[in-house]
Ligand binder design. Structure first.
Ligand SMILES: Nc1nc2c([nH]c(=O)n2[C@@H]2O[C@H](COP(=O)(O)OP(=O)(O)OP(=O)(O)O)[C@@H](O)[C@H]2O)c(=O)[nH]1
Ligand SMILES: [Mg+2]
Length: 137
């Protein structure tokens, strides 16, 4: 019997006023060309928070401070099963962002998130973010 492995992923929701950071996945990556929140898989011995700090530096050249867990979910794509943990983060120098290991990176107004093409797993967290934003966080 083949037991599918679950890919554990730490994802960062970095807010700067009314804006949030989004990046675009490289064409050849899983879910290539979709927009996402930067993040990735923790390496052996790393906590989710440590993985996020490292991934933000590697992918978008940004130093972030990880605050709290905002949302978790599991999602089964046809080719892999992921467990996503979304953390609220802050950064001190938003202008530092550069697309290093991603195709593009952008600060976008929170209200524009529903117009971007995100992976299917991101629907509920985006809805929750919009609700929290309307309520003033
Ligand atoms: N980073 C990130 N990954 C997401 C999001 N939504 C979502 O379904 N995923 C999925 O989570 C999985 C892990 O993400 P990843 O490919 O960024 O992992 P990584 O940075 O460690 O990449 P690598 O495999 O090239 O080392 C991918 O299958 C990706 O499609 C999201 O908002 N952000
Ligand atoms: Mg990644």
């Amino acid at each position: 019997m083949i037991v599918p492995t679950v890919v554990d992923v730490a994802v960062g929701l970095v807010l700067d006023g009314d804006r949030i950071l989004v990046s675009q996945r490289k064409k050849e990556a899983h879910l290539g060309l979709k927009w996402e929140f930067p993040g990735g898989k923790p390496e052996a011995g790393e906590t989710h928070e440590q993985a996020l700090v490292r991934e933000f530096r590697e992918e978008v050249n940004l130093d972030v401070q990880v605050h709290s867990l905002f949302h978790e979910c599991s999602f089964e794509y046809p080719e892999r099963h992921v467990r996503l943990r979304f953390f609220l983060c802050r950064c001190r120098q938003p202008e530092q962002v550069r697309a290093l290991e991603v195709l593009a990176v952008r600060w976008v107004p929170l209200h524009s998130l529903p117009a971007l093409d995100f992976p299917a797993a991101n629907g509920p967290v985006i809805e929750k973010l919009m609700d929290a934003h309307m309520a003033g966080f």
